[in-house]
Structure formats: C-alpha cells, structure tokens
Design a protein around this ligand. Structure first.
Ligand code: ADP
Ligand code: NA
Length: 327
C-alpha cells in the first residue's frame, strides 16, 4: 500500500444489481486494503438531476447504505457518507462550473444520451459532470475507480484541476483513473445490452437482495441460443458467455475453470450451476442487508459519522479555494 486518496460515488438507486456489484462494489471493497484514505459517497445530489419521489429517495439512501455495508464497505477504513450532507460539494461545483465552457459539457456522453431520451434536460443534468469533478477535487483525491463509461467525466475533473491550478495557483492533484475490471455483466433477457437498473424487464436484472427462488427463475429464463454446449465467445454467443462470466465472477474462479466445470453439461444443466454460485455468494449479503435495514437509527448514525469525517477534510480545502478565488 502506498499513499493517495481514493474517491468514488454511487447514486442511491436502492439495492444494487449484479452488474453494480461485480463492476464496481467488489472493487471498492478490495481498494480498502490498498489505499490509506478512501471516501465512498452516496451521491443524492446527482440523483435529483432526474425527478425523484422524496420519500422513496430517502429510503433508497438507507438501502444503498445497508447494501454497501453488507457488500463489505468498512466504515473503519472508508469514509461512507451522503453527498448532500456536505454542502461544500455544491459550493465547489459552482466555482468549477464558472471555469467550464458550455461546449465542453455538451459533448459528454451522458448529457447526449439522457437529454435526448427526454428531449430536454435540467441544468443540473447538464452540469452533472462538474459536480462529479467537485466531488473528487474537494478531497484532493488522487485516484478514482471508474468504469469505462465514466472516463470522459474523469477527464473533465482532470481538466478542471489543471485550469484551477493555472489560474489560482497549484492546489489540486490531477486525479487518475483506476480502471476497475472491464467485466461487464449483460442483461439476462438481451445479452447485447448491459445489465442495468433502468431495464424495464424485471427478468433481465438480478438484484443483490433477490431470493434464491427469484435468482433460479431469472437464470432459467436467461436468453441463450440453440447450441446446447457451453462455450465462451462473447461475440457470437453473448447469452451463454454472460452466464459463464457471472459464474466465474461469483464463484471467484477463472473463465477456464468455469468452462471445465461446465464440461458435459448442456446449457439447461449449466444454469443450475450458475444459480448455485450466485445464490451462495449473495445469500450472506442479502441476510446482512435485511438485518441492517431493520435498524434505521444505526444506518443514520453511521452516515452522520461519515458526514462529520468528510466535512473535516472538505472544509479546509474549500476555505483555501474561497481565498484563492478572491473572497
Ligand atoms: P445502471 O447502469 O444500472 O444505471 P450505474 O450507471 O449507476 O448503473 O453504475 C454504477 C456503477 O456500476 C458504475 O461503476 C458502473 O460502471 C457499474 N455498472 C453498472 N452496470 C454494470 C454492468 N452491467 N456491468 C458491470 N458494471 C456495471
Ligand atoms: Na446509468
């Protein structure tokens, strides 16, 4: 373990799905053994760039807190906190927004995608990546675990660190990407798409709180093809290959080892093996989430503690920023 500070955020969407777990959260947990200083934020200010029901949002924040803890985020080793409770995020975002041009944001993929879907978008959605940059720079973070889809947003944070430093004197380190696994979990119903919470088909997505029966049903219904043998070729056989990916990841074995366990099985029988691996790995997590959910006061207490610790780091940085800017 060397120096450095890690920052990452996740939107409070309720309980994570298998893609979130394997593509992000498993790595969050591993990073706790590699970096001395880590902040994990439940980014509710990002969530409200899309319309949210307030009561549901509040519940989702606690569900995500319980989920992160159950997956292995350790509040002794990582500061786990709710973004909106540290108002410095919003203030730094404003200042960085004043250093960002409109064209720089217009070309970022998320705005292009989401604003097109709705045919319009809020100013908040437009400046979403500026808030992300503020999240990262507020703690002078040096490393940011990101999926490939977020690289352009991290590049904005790097640009803004450079622009601020050039204009006001050196303050922010340029954060670098920690590309987490390139492992992508696909939709069980349409393996050409990624597994996503926004998928309208319930059968397409495994949530980490799904019961063993639900998991068995979803895996059984997973789209494969007309070849009964199990092979790994994501290009030509995306459905069965996705099951191999999931099996290997959940059983913590290599793809080769997963294939050797699949030898002699047709896809129907293999699905039982995949189900077993998923159920075995998720059962303790599901039980822990249920336990944590029943003690709301405990979760709120943990978040309050995280808020205090995050503020202690954020306040002096923002004080320095204000002075540099001229107040
Ligand atoms: P969603 O696509 O369900 O909206 P997010 O975009 O909020 O999920 O992603 C949260 C984190 O989970 C990100 O780090 C993202 O890279 C990761 N992630 C989301 N979906 C997948 C997937 N299907 N496979 C691997 N990682 C994923
Ligand atoms: Na998304």
């Amino acid at each position: 373990p060397g120096g450095g500070r890690v920052f990452s955020g996740i939107q409070p969407t309720g309980v994570p799905h298998l893609g979130n777990y394997l593509g992000a959260l498993e790595n969050w947990v591993a990073l706790q053994n590699q970096y001395p200083s880590i902040l994990y934020s439940i980014v509710d200010l990002h969530s409200i760039t899309q319309p949210q029901d307030p009561a549901q949002l509040r519940g989702n924040i606690l569900d995500m807190t319980a989920s992160l803890l159950a997956c292995g985020v350790d509040p002794e080793r990582a500061i786990l906190f709710q973004q909106s409770q540290v108002s410095e995020h919003a203030e730094l975002s404003w200042i960085l927004g004043c250093l960002t041009s409109m064209p720089r944001l217009r070309h970022l993929p998320q705005w292009k995608m989401k604003s097109k879907l709705k045919n319009e978008g809020s100013v908040g959605l437009f400046t979403y990546p500026v808030l992300q940059a503020a999240d990262i720079l507020l703690y002078k973070s040096t490393h940011v675990p990101v999926g490939e889809d977020q690289i352009q947003h991290l590049e904005l944070a790097q640009d803004l660190a450079r622009i601020f430093n050039n204009r006001y004197g050196n303050l922010f380190p340029e954060p670098s990407a920690l590309l987490s696994s390139t492992r992508k979990v696909k939709s069980l119903r349409d393996p050409s798409a990624k597994m996503s919470k926004s998928d309208p088909q319930a059968m397409a997505t495994i949530n980490i709180t799904d019961s063993p029966d639900d998991i068995a049903l979803k895996v059984r219904r997973a789209v494969t093809d007309f070849t009964s043998e199990v092979t790994f070729d994501p290009e030509t056989r995306p459905g069965v290959s996705n099951l191999v990916t999931i099996h290997a990841a959940m059983a913590m074995i290599s793809v080769e080892e997963a294939l050797s366990q699949a030898r002699g099985l047709d896809t129907g029988a293999y699905k039982k093996l995949v189900t077993e691996a998923v159920v075995q790995r998720l059962t303790p997590i599901r039980e822990e989430i249920e336990r944590l959910r029943s003690d709301r006061a405990h979760l709120e207490g943990l978040l309050a503690q995280g808020t205090r610790r995050a503020r202690e780091l954020a306040a002096p940085v923002l004080r320095e920023v204000r002075q540099r800017v001229g107040r």
